[in-house]
Design a protein around this ligand. Structure first.
Ligand code: CUA
Length: 309
């Protein structure tokens, strides 16, 4: 039974669901069929030689046999396989834009995954890959520690992930489904424990998934700003590093009816205005203004605060 585990199609080169994997499967079957034919011929000759116990009639016959069987046949067969194999190789250098770019960073023993959004921002996730069927995805592969290898057998070949070097790798899934990706380069005791599910969606389903995934990007940026700008020195948000006790506690801020002690209803534009100049709304207030931040940075902070429900 353990022998059959390799046959489960969720992780199999021989159940292709991508263009490159289909080429690899074709090559495998052609070689397997050729090997069977050659094996049968060799076995036939062996059996004939053992049972027939016939010696070649002439030396000329033996010479010709060696020339054809030992030189001509392997040369022609191997040359044909080489040509067939070269034609199946993916294009290594491509200048056309992929439909989607995903940054993958391998670490002992997990995968950082970041989707490049149209505006250039990154939607971060980990240990699971989602791809649209029928579109070319380019993977930007980096490692933070040792050499790993990125491999989704159902979609195509593998590519090494090397520290200090960026490797690019493209795959084009053709069939929706759930597959299994693995690390294919021994990288330490838990090398076998860094797999990742790969969900190939129909294009519409993928767009919906990505939109949901990107929804938190602005908030996360806002949270990072909340910390780096020092908001947490005065305000507390339970469950985060912000534990200041000088100003109002902002935990569940978005579920309140008003802000600034009944001064303003909670709304994005009011928060923007407050962040620019609190004393405009509330003379002599102790909170300083943050007009020095970029408007987009204040937008991110607003998005973070409005999600503190
Ligand atoms: Cu990472 Cu093996």
């Amino acid at each position: 039974m353990p022998l059959l585990v390799g046959c489960v199609s969720e992780q199999s080169t021989l159940h292709p669901a991508g263009e490159d994997a289909a080429a690899i499967a074709d090559l495998f079957w052609v070689m397997a069929a050729g090997t069977v034919v050659i094996w049968l011929i060799v076995m036939g000759i062996t059996v004939y030689a053992v049972l027939g116990r016939k010696r070649p009639k002439t030396e000329r016959f033996a010479d010709r046999f060696i020339l054809i069987g030992g030189v001509a046949f392997p040369t022609i067969t191997l040359a044909a396989l080489l040509i067939f194999g070269l034609a199946l190789l993916p294009d290594w250098v491509r200048s056309d834009r992929p439909d989607l770019r995903v940054h993958i960073t391998a670490e002992q023993y997990w995968w950082r995954v970041a989707y490049e959004m149209p505006d250039g921002s990154l939607a971060n996730t980990a240990n699971e890959l989602h791809l649209p069927a029928g579109q070319t995805a380019e993977f930007v592969l980096n490692s933070t520690d040792v050499i790993h290898s990125f491999w989704i057998p159902n979609l195509g070949g593998k590519m090494d992930v090397i520290p200090g070097r960026t490797n690019l790798w493209r795959l084009k899934p053709t069939e929706a489904g759930v597959y299994r990706g693995v690390c294919a380069e021994f990288c330490g005791p838990s090398h076998a424990l860094m797999a990742f599910p790969v969900v190939v969606h129909e294009p519409d389903g993928f767009e919906a998934w990505l939109a949901g995934e990107a929804a938190g990007v602005e908030e996360r940026r806002g949270h990072a700003l909340f910390v780096s700008t020092g908001c947490g020195a005065c305000h507390a948000v339970r469950g985060t590093s912000a534990d200041g006790a000088v100003g109002p506690d902002l935990t569940h801020f978005a579920s309140r009816r008003t802000m600034a002690a009944g001064t303003l209803p909670i709304a994005p534009e009011n928060l923007q205005g407050w962040l620019v100049d609190p004393s405009h709304h509330k003379p002599d207030v102790r909170m300083p203004g943050y007009a020095s931040l970029e408007e987009t940075e204040r937008d991110a902070l607003v998005s973070y605060l409005l999600n503190l429900e």
